[in-house]
Design a protein around this ligand. Structure first.
Ligand code: FPP
Length: 225
């Protein structure tokens, strides 16, 4: 079985750049190229949803230079890839605290979301995203509506409630943490960790992760038959 929804913690861009004595931003640029490659592997494999952790709520603490460099990279990515995403049938969506982003970037995101609305493969980019923050915002919505707190009601208030929960979550660069990524949605997700740094993540690693997933028995809390 191939996952329907793959999520990735794209970690190790900084170390990749450091090992080449290059600025960290160069690692992020190589990370954006890796994302393009992996998106195509996903489409070819029959995966329908890809969520990537591009900028966490904690990432605002990085140097001004790195934060503004990452924002520029995102803006450039949106502008330079728009046509290609439409042609490739990729629906672009953002989850996270989008109001934290500059108004210009918010507008570019909204325009791209609108332009790519018909795509049948969905790329979800987590920006200024934190899993706890998403849960708190969802709870606040429910409370404001005076609604009853149930799992279904809270799920419906998450940032992409129509998207199925991730089946597989990959984290690169050897770190064995979830780092506040998709906390609510990952309740039954499988994890795959690899030492490979994100910019080096290629087809071989992708195939290994999917093969590992395909061999697992997902019990979702139930008993094996
Ligand atoms: C983690 O590596 C990576 C990030 C915080 C940024 C990820 C962003 C991209 C791949 C850029 C492109 C995204 C889009 C949607 C165009 P790190 O910097 O924490 O690496 P380190 O742990 O080695 O320092």
């Amino acid at each position: 079985m191939v996952p329907d929804h793959l999520a990735i913690i794209m970690d190790g861009n900084g170390r990749w750049a450091k090992s080449r004595r290059r600025p960290r931003l160069m690692g992020h640029r190589a990370g954006a190229d890796a994302l393009d490659r992996v998106m195509h592997y996903c489409k070819d494999a029959g995966i329908r949803y890809l969520t990537v952790y591009a900028f966490s709520t904690e990432n605002w603490k990085r140097s001004d230079e790195e934060v503004s460099g990452l924002m520029k990279l995102l803006s450039r990515y949106i502008k330079s890839k728009a046509k290609r995403l439409v042609e490739d049938g990729v629906r672009f969506r953002v989850i996270g605290r989008r109001a934290d982003l500059s108004e210009k970037l918010q507008k570019e995101i909204a325009d791209l979301e609108e332009k790519t609305r018909e795509g049948d493969f969905t790329l979800l980019v987590a920006l200024s995203y934190g899993g706890r923050d998403e849960i708190v915002r969802a709870a606040a919505k429910l409370a404001a509506a005076g609604a009853k707190f149930t799992e279904e009601a809270l799920s419906a208030c998450m940032d992409a409630p129509d998207v199925p929960d991730p089946d597989l979550i990959i984290r690169t660069s050897g770190e064995l943490r979830t780092s506040n990524f998709l906390l609510w949605e990952s309740a039954y997700s499988e994890y795959y960790f690899t030492d490979v740094l994100w910019p080096d993540f290629g087809k071989d690693e992708f195939d290994k992760a999917i093969e590992s997933y395909s061999k697992r028995e997902r019990r979702m809390g139930g008993r094996l038959k």
